[in-house]
Design a binder for this molecule. Structure first.
Ligand code: FE2
Length: 224
């Protein structure tokens, strides 16, 4: 069991750690929730997925700032340090008493790939928790559509390019059902507002203003 204030404390820690990780995390939370809803998920499962998305990169709070914020190419050791974040996050939440398998699965397995070439466990296909599978899709989509110092193209052109990459990875890196669902959601216009949400490279809106997030935290069933 983990109480709402502890979860809020972790989200604050993410915000204080790195503004760009935080902005990415809150958009991914919105995308994940929209995708889950489009797949017919509601009620307590939707709340757990919302909270799991918000916590998915919580392991990054244990990573050295110099590595996390490095603008240049990472060396091998630094790359390994970043790759530790799913297990760091999982271990941290477990040690704090969180037992919810949906949330823990999203934190641990969002960098797994459909073909087994991901990390940390090299899970394949449907062995990857479903919420982690769609988190993998929206994680890449946001990484490719957010403002970065080295990227000029944002907005719709970047989104089309990102969708192309995700479609190319359908059944290879990504779960086919999740790719189709996300593309359908994007084409319906259902996530266009998220694409531009505090994506100006300047300021970060706090997690407390992310629609439905606090309600999800408060509504987590006892035993989470
Ligand atoms: Fe991650």
């Amino acid at each position: 069991m983990i109480d709402p204030d502890t979860i809020r404390g972790l989200l604050t820690a993410i915000e204080l750690k790195d503004a760009s990780t935080a902005a990415h995390t809150w958009r991914v939370t919105l995308y994940s929730r929209a995708l889950a809803e489009s797949l017919g998920i509601d009620g307590n499962r939707l709340r757990r997925i919302t909270v799991g998305a918000a916590l998915h990169d919580v392991g990054k709070i244990d990573i050295d700032d110099a590595v996390l914020r490095k603008a240049d190419r990472l060396n091998e050791d630094e790359f390994e340090a970043i790759r530790a974040h799913p297990v760091l996050g999982y271990d941290r939440l477990r040690s704090m008493g969180l037992g919810d398998t949906e949330i823990l699965g999203m934190v641990r397995s969002h960098h797994e790939k459909w073909d087994g070439c991901g990390y940390p466990d090299g899970l394949t296909g449907e062995a990857i928790p479903v919420a982690a599978r769609f988190l993998a899709v929206v994680d890449v989509f946001d990484a490719m559509t957010s403002v970065r110092p080295y990227r000029e193209e944002v907005g719709t052109p970047a989104a089309e390019r990102a969708l192309g990459v995700i479609r190319d990875g359908r059944g290879v890196s990504f779960c086919p059902v999740c790719v189709d669902a996300f593309e359908g959601l994007y084409r319906s216009g259902g996530v266009t507002w998220i694409l531009h949400y505090f994506n100006d490279g300047e300021q970060t809106v706090g997690f407390d203003s992310i629609e439905h997030l606090d309600e999800a935290i408060r509504g987590l069933a006892p035993g989470a």
